[in-house]
Ligand binder design. Structure first.
Ligand code: ADP
Ligand code: MG
Length: 679
């Protein structure tokens, strides 16, 4: 198999430069890569139904003969409509296609075809919209591949058939034989043939099981290697714990969870020979900033310089302001560095950092700039870390000599999964909210109730509260402004017309955003009509209503983050989701939000609904993206963990002949993710 990874994809017949580029877009560069590009799902054309027997509302295959086909016509909106009628001898069905006028030439001649789509028994009899049409001879199970514009699943299938013919007689299986036997896995040969072209769906399932096992095994071996490779020692050991002193600066007493997290961090930095590498995971509002501040305080008091990186200017400004206040009576010197500072202001921050006059710098990715040089960077903290790429994080880390690392995340991940993906990080969980927090009551309404909701907002504002309205999402970001402005304009004709309203959107200049955010935080604005730029981190204690338009367009974790912007003070807070979507799955998803405020529970549901792709995604954690393993495969984790241990005990460096395939696959999986957050 390794040799096929050296064969460029355009060696296949029918794959030229242009198509090779499309494959490249899908992450496929070589013939080997193509064989490892798996179907998203399958279409079962093996047992065609009659029209009456076809299950309603699910996609299936129907066999029928063309009865009539009328020439395509242009309809409203420039679409081209093609209508035909088919029959299976007992029943008739109307079939409609949009913008597929080329089918007319084929279908007008009549004959029998397979139609793969959803049968509906409507007011005018049976009907089907936009099915896939194939000749009767093409029965069987068809793979459906992820697509990109210009590259259909049929074309990928054709390329795949060719690639299959190049497979060697005997494939080298990366999984050693003893493991295959012990866990009753099928061979790589069986898996590759049956993941693409199974005779039965149960064979595809068997193949998928084995490939998921392989993927998790390789992930775990790779992580173990990363962990083993971490032998650096730290020169930044702390002498003394200053956390008590810090806690006395706080206007509140820390929660048990906050104290525990701080203790764990300080223990890492005081009593270990190697640098701290810790993830602080806490639901929105659990008080991660105070934990970071405590750790910074202690580090600075021990003579280290600290860098605190956050994803947005708004957040940087907010952290800077609150930490400046907190540290105002101390000797800690704190700076803010963001892209929107003037060149002069930037230069003075650079100088202060280089000659050690700044102890703590808070900033955006402006911190990564080459001009930033630290005198003695000993601690790097990143907030909302899923917003940063691996490269950005390591760029900052490499400005120090093996500094301590702390990352903070509000994406609550079930603990087992977190330990698995962050196998090389230590974990502190803030599983307790500050006292006095009330549950944010959450409602789902449809557009018809919008005016009533506005009335509710008005009442809250009259009582001294503030509101967020997250605008309807639009496809292009250029449209963002228009949508926010239009929305704010419409508000003028409602009960909210007299309220002080401002707009915040992603296209605004950072300075402008800061100004508005500060005004909102200062209570000078009642309603902030915003796109999702407010999603992360922002803290406005008097904000009591979060109204989200087009709630169905957001993922659960994102909705939870948005909701986390309210209920941060003592006031009772509310989240109103507006959606006209009637789909059952959507209602179920939004229902989860109404049912619970617990981020961990929501993350669990989110994982079930979306699969762990996002949690494993390179973008989020700098870890390889898994292609096959899904949530349902997580039960396999114990087995793959034991298998990984067995392999490493026998051959730590994977140098033995039977482990070469594994080493190759590890390199391949991790190459895509660009390494790990460890340098
Ligand atoms: P997040 O974990 O979402 O980053 P923050 O650090 O922004 O949360 O904290 C949210 C709010 O809770 C802030 O206003 C903060 O001052 C307050 N807070 C944090 N810890 C406590 C505590 N122990 N007691 C009371 N309020 C707290
Ligand atoms: Mg935060």
């Amino acid at each position: 198999m390794p040799s096929l990874f050296k064969m460029p994809i355009d060696k296949l017949k029918g794959v030229g430069k242009r198509k090779a580029e499309l494959f490249h877009k899908l992450g496929v560069d070589s013939v080997g890569g193509l064989l490892r590009f798996y179907p998203r799902t399958y279409e079962d054309w093996s047992k065609p139904y009659t029209i009456a027997e076809a299950p309603q509302n699910t996609v299936c295959c129907v066999r029928a003969e063309i009865e009539a086909a009328s020439p395509p016509v242009r309809i409203r909106g420039g679409m081209i409509l093609l209508k035909i009628e088919v029959s299976d001898g007992s029943d008739r069905m109307k079939v409609t296609f949009f913008n597929q006028q080329y089918l007319y030439e084929k279908l007008r001649l009549g004959g029998e075809f397979l139609f793969y789509g959803t049968v509906r028994n409507g007011a005018y009899g049976y009907e089907m919209t936009s099915p896939t049409v194939s000749p009767v001879g093409s029965a069987g199970i068809h793979p459906v591949y992820p697509q990109t514009a210009g590259l259909s699943t049929k074309q990928t299938e054709a390329a795949m058939r060719q690639a299959m013919s190049l497979l060697p007689e005997k494939m080298n299986d990366p999984i050693p034989e003893n493991i295959i036997r012990k866990y009753h896995l099928c061979t790589l040969d069986f898996a590759i043939r049956n993941i693409h072209f199974p005779q039965k769906l149960s064979d595809a399932e068997k193949a998928k099981q084995r490939l998921a096992f392989e993927e998790l095994l390789i992930l775990q071996l790779g992580m173990a290697k990363l962990k083993g490779g971490r032998k650096e020692t730290t020169t930044h050991r702390l002498e003394k714990d200053y956390s008590r002193e810090f806690f006395s600066l706080l206007p509140f007493s820390p929660t048990g969870a906050q104290k525990r997290a701080v203790e764990e961090c300080i223990d890492d930095m005081m009593n270990r020979p190697y640098p701290m590498n810790r993830l602080i995971q806490g639901d929105v509002g659990s008080g991660k900033t105070a934990v970071a501040a405590a750790v910074c305080y202690t580090a600075v008091k021990n003579g280290l310089q600290c860098a605190f990186m956050v994803p947005t200017e708004i957040l940087a400004a907010q952290h800077f302001q609150s930490l400046s206040e907190l540290f105002s009576g101390t000797d800690i010197r704190i700076s803010l560095l963001t892209g929107s500072l003037t060149a002069v202001a930037k230069r003075s921050v650079y100088e202060a950092l280089e000659n050690g006059e700044t102890d703590l710098v808070i900033g955006t990715h402006a911190l990564i700039s080459d001009s930033v040089v630290f005198q003695r960077l000993g601690l790097v903290i990143t907030d909302e870390q899923h917003r940063f790429g691996v490269a950005q994080r390591s760029a900052l880390i490499s400005k120090g000599e093996s500094p301590h690392i702390m990352v903070m995340s509000a994406t609550p991940i079930p603990r087992t999964l977190a330990l698995m993906i962050f196998g090389d990080l230590d974990l502190s969980v803030l599983d307790e909210l500050p006292p006095g927090r009330q549950k944010v009551d959450t409602f789902l309404i449809d557009g018809a109730k919008r005016q009533r909701a506005f009335g509710f907002l008005k009442k809250q504002i009259d009582a001294g509260g503030q509101c967020y309205i997250v605008c309807p999402l639009v496809g292009q970001s250029e449209m963002e402004l228009a949508s926010a402005e239009e929305y704010a304009e419409k508000l003028k004709d409602t009960v909210l017309g007299s309220c002080r309203t401002a707009i915040l959107h992603g296209k605004m200049k950072p300075k402008e955003k800061d100004r508005i955010m500060n005004e909102f935080a200062g209570g000078d604005i009642d309603i902030l009509v915003s796109t999702t730029v407010i999603e992360v981190g922002v803290n406005v204690p008097d904000a009591v209503v979060m109204m989200i338009e087009n709630a169905e367009r957001f993922g659960l974790s994102q909705l939870h983050q948005l909701r986390g912007r309210v209920g941060r003070g003592k006031r009772k807070s509310y989240c109103i989701m507006v959606s006209d979507m009637q789909k059952e799955s959507t209602l179920a998803r939004l229902g989860v939000m109404c049912r619970t405020n617990n981020g961990f529970e929501i993350a669990d549901e989110d994982l079930k609904l979306r699969g762990p792709g996002d949690f494993f995604g390179a973008r989020q954690h700098g870890l390889p993206e898994l292609k096959v393993a899904g949530m349902s495969d997580m039960a396999m984790l114990d087995d793959t963990q034991s298998a990984a241990r067995m392999i490493l005990e026998a051959d730590l460096d994977l140098e033995q002949k039977e482990h070469r395939g594994l080493a190759f696959e590890i390199a391949r999986l991790f190459a895509k993710a660009g390494g790990s957050h460890l340098q």
